[in-house]
Design a protein around this ligand. Structure first.
Ligand SMILES: [Fe+2]
Length: 241
C-alpha cells in the first residue's frame, strides 16, 4: 500500500529537536517515500518555552525543502502545520498568524505535558473548539490522566476533538505500556490519525511499514486506509471527520 498521509512530523531542518540539517531532512523524506508516504504535514514545535519560531521562518524552510525534492520526489506533497504546546495564549498566537494551523485549515495539532490533569487537557481543547478550530490531540497515548480511563478519550472525541497516535507506540518501540494503550484505542475505534512524529532518520525516522504490516494483518486494509489516508484527506479539505 502507498499514498499514506503523515500529519505529524518534524522534518523541517533546524527549527526544533527534529531534523538537524537539510541533508537529514532529505534522508528522512527518502525513508518516508520508501514506506509509502506521499503527503506529509511538517509540524515543528510551536512552544514558546522551547524557542518556537515564527510562521514565516517555517514557511521559508518548507519552501526550501519543496525545492530540494521537486525532481527526486515529484509525487511527494508537503504542507505546513505545527505542534502547539498548549498554553493560555495558544489561540491568540494562532489568530495572530504566529503559529500555523494544519495545512491552512481549521485543524490544529495540540500537545500537552504527559502528566497534565484531564480537566486541564479537556478545557484546553474546548478553548480551541469554541474559537472555531478542530483540535487534534497529539500522541494521546502519552497523557496518563487521559488514557488511564478510556471513557475520557471518548469524552474528548464526543466534545469534537480528534485523536492521533504514533506508529512507534503501536509497534512497541516506546515500550509495552504505550503498546497496550494503543491496542485498546484501536479496539475502541478511538483513533483518527496514525502518524510517524518523525524527528530524525535514525531511531525516530518516518517509518510506517512495520506498523502497517501489523495492522493490516490484524484489522485489514480498510482500517489502515481510514487512519492513514481517508481521515487525513478530509483534514486537508477542511471537512469534518
Ligand atoms: Fe511531535
Amino acid at each position: 500500500m502507498e499514498g499514506f498521509i503523515d500529519i505529524h512530523s518534524h522534518i523541517l531542518p533546524q527549527l526544533d529537536d527534529g531534523s538537524s540539517s537539510m541533508e537529514q531532512t532529505l534522508r528522512m523524506l527518502k525513508i518516508a517515500y520508501d514506506d509509502g508516504i506521499r503527503t506529509m504535514i511538517a509540524t515543528p514545535h510551536a512552544h514558546d518555552g522551547r524557542g518556537a519560531c515564527d510562521k514565516e521562518v517555517m514557511e521559508q524552510k518548507l519552501k526550501d525543502v519543496k525545492e530540494a525534492i521537486k525532481d527526486t520526489y515529484p509525487g511527494m506533497k508537503l504542507y505546513l502545520g505545527s505542534e502547539i504546546y498548549y498554553s493560555h495564549d495558544s489561540i491568540k498566537k494562532l489568530n495572530d498568524k504566529k503559529y500555523p494551523a494544519m495545512a491552512d485549515t481549521k485543524y490544529v495539532l495540540v500537545e500537552f505535558s504527559p502528566m497534565a490533569e484531564f480537566r486541564y487537557i479537556k478545557n484546553g481543547l474546548q478553548e480551541f473548539i469554541l474559537d472555531g478550530f478542530n483540535p487534534i490531540v497529539a500522541h494521546v497515548e502519552r497523557y496518563y490522566y487521559v488514557v488511564k480511563d478510556l471513557e475520557r478519550v471518548d469524552e474528548l472525541i464526543q466534545m469534537g476533538a480528534c485523536i492521533q497516535v504514533n506508529a512507534a507506540s503501536i509497534t512497541g518501540e516506546f515500550g509495552k505500556e504505550y503498546q497496550g494503550i494503543t491496542k485498546k484505542l484501536i479496539k475502541n475505534n478511538f483513533i483518527h490519525f496514525l502518524s510517524t512524529d518523525a524527528h530524525s532518520d535514525g531511531n525516530r525516522a518516518p517509518r510506517l511499514k512495520k506498523c502497517v504490516d501489523y495492522l493490516t494483518k490484524k484489522y485489514g486494509e480498510e482500517y489502515i486506509s481510514e487512519i492513514l489516508i481517508h481521515n487525513a484527506e478530509k483534514l486537508l479539505l477542511n471537512q469534518y471527520i
